[in-house]
Design a protein around this ligand. Structure first.
Ligand code: SF4
Length: 482
């Protein structure tokens, strides 16, 4: 059940210059919990050294003993919530990673995926590097440690010029906080202010909770250094925007503001556009809660059909049922969702879902709705069909497991056993997204990867699809030119 949703990559939070830095980092991570539930950690700095507390579990579990804050000294902190997209979920991979280099101690927190990680790993290993983790994040600190530049920011710049892919990174040394965003700007990274303190976070919802105000985004290809002398920016790489459009569809919280607009507003427009592209006579519009709620409100508004709540999601499951026994697995859908039979009986419903990965969860929900006496089910998806895996930090299954990679819309409709099925068009999606439509990555829908994917992955993909690797590369290049 849980494996049938795209998984968020990670969330990062940093603060410089506040006496309660660790507590504010804790609150910030709370707000970013949706971006990763496997582990959480905070590292603080007091000008002389770093202090760390990290563990597996949700933020509330990792910091349930509040006495840990007394040991997190200092006025500067970085925090991280993790979902493992590369590297296993082993304890060694929990972030922020803390390393000791010839130039001092450094902590790093990463959101995204490096696409040349295998190649760099091979190269560094051949030169004698020893790795403590299996995550791509450690590569960045190896490269920082090897740089011969004088300042930490210059060494970070040196390192980032050697990596490709998606990264929003926070580095913490004993006396400074440094944020960096890849030149494509795949993942969001925003700056906030609370009094004299400066914050950096994956999403603005972290500022709302901590009482900070949004200042601006860290720009793609920008390294922002914050220390006792103020803030200094340096630029690196050639900036070519490829913001992840899935952040707007599903990943980011609707109460966050990313890329210059509240996520709620974009998500609602996707639903409105879907109603225009795929209208259907019905008695009510409902959402697969909670991530599809906003698009469903948009669909209802544009269609004039009443919005109602037909499914209730249980928010208190925790991680208990992620690997249940076969006996318990039979209860998976019921544990997470229940129907409101009184609302549903005899109704023709438009069921709005933000995305379909394998389709197995949605099929089970359709079964629940039928059982509750629904007369007709019309599924409307507020994103285009997902046909390609993501190599930039989102954990979709392999292409083999993506239902839309191998099945037509009609075949998926029959699999789901619904009366009709329609996806939002890619053009419609891009027209509803804020800013310039060319500034977004849409690779999981279009297959046009803005940064070359790892050669091994590409070959595996070609084998899965039966296409030649050369042909796929050619298509990618042509895609990049259009
Ligand atoms: S491939 Fe899809 S999920 Fe991955 S970065 Fe691009 S738009 Fe986002």
């Amino acid at each position: 059940m849980t494996q049938d949703r795209p998984k968020e990559s990670c969330g990062v939070f940093g603060i410089f210059g506040h006496p309660q830095a660790a507590e504010l980092a804790y609150l910030g991570l709370f707000a970013l919990q949706h971006r990763g539930q496997e582990s959480a950690g905070i590292v603080t700095a007091d000008g002389r050294r770093l202090y760390s507390h990290c563990d597996a579990g949700l933020v509330a579990d990792v910091f349930h003993d509040h006495s840990v804050f007394a040991a997190l000294h200092g006025t500067t902190a970085v925090g991280h919530v993790r979902y493992s997209t590369t590297g296993s979920s082993s304890a060694l991979n929990i972030q922020p990673l803390v390393v000791t280099t010839k130039d001092g101690t450094l902590a790093v927190a990463h959101n995204g995926n490096l696409t040349n990680a295998q190649e760099l790993h091979r190269q560094l290993s051949a030169e004698g590097a020893i790795f403590q983790t299996s995550s791509d994040t450690e590569l960045t600190v190896h490269l920082v440690a090897r740089s011969h530049q004088k300042s930490l920011t210059a060494r970070i710049r040196d390192a980032l010029e050697q990596v490709t892919g998606a990264y929003s990174l926070l580095f913490l040394s004993p006396d400074r906080l440094i944020g960096a965003r890849d030149p494509h700007g795949f993942r969001p990274l925003v700056i906030g202010k609370k009094g004299e303190a400066v914050m950096v976070a994956s999403e603005t919802c972290a500022f709302d909770l901590t009482g900070a105000s949004y200042v601006r985004d860290i720009e793609p290809g920008e390294i922002l250094e914050i220390d006792a002398n103020g803030q200094h920016s340096v630029r690196f790489g050639e900036s070519k925007l490829s913001q992840c459009i899935f952040e707007l569809i599903y990943f980011a919280r609707p109460d966050s503001c990313i890329w210059g607009e509240p996520v709620y507003r974009s998500r609602r427009r996707f639903g409105e556009r879907l109603a225009q592209e795929a209208p259907v006579p019905a008695d009510m519009v409902m959402a697969v809660p909670d991530s599809s709620n906003t698009a469903a409100v948009g669909y209802a508004h544009a269609s004039g059909i009443r919005f109602d709540i037909g499914l209730i999601r249980n928010h208190y499951i925790g991680r208990t049922f992620i690997n249940p026994s076969q006996f318990m697995r039979a209860f998976n859908t019921r544990i997470k969702y229940n129907t409101v039979a009184d609302v549903l009986e005899g109704q023709r419903v438009v069921l709005v879902e933000d995305s379909i990965v394998r389709g197995t969860t949605l099929k089970k929900l359709v079964g629940l709705l039928r059982h509750a006496g629904v007369r007709e089910i019309h599924v409307r998806v507020s994103s285009p069909p997902i046909r390609h895996p993501c190599f930039y930090g989102m954990d979709f299954p392999t292409r083999k497991e993506l239902i839309a990679a191998w099945n037509s819309e009609e075949e998926i409709r029959r699999f789901l056993q619904v009366d009709s099925l329609h996806y939002l068009s890619l053009d419609g999606l891009l027209q509803c997204a804020p800013g310039n439509s060319r500034d977004f990555c849409t690779a999981c829908f279009s297959g046009n990867y803005p940064v070359p994917i790892p050669p091994n992955e590409g070959r595996a993909l070609a084998e899965e699809t039966g296409e030649s690797w050369a042909q796929m590369e050619l298509e990618r290049l042509l895609g990049g030119l259009t």
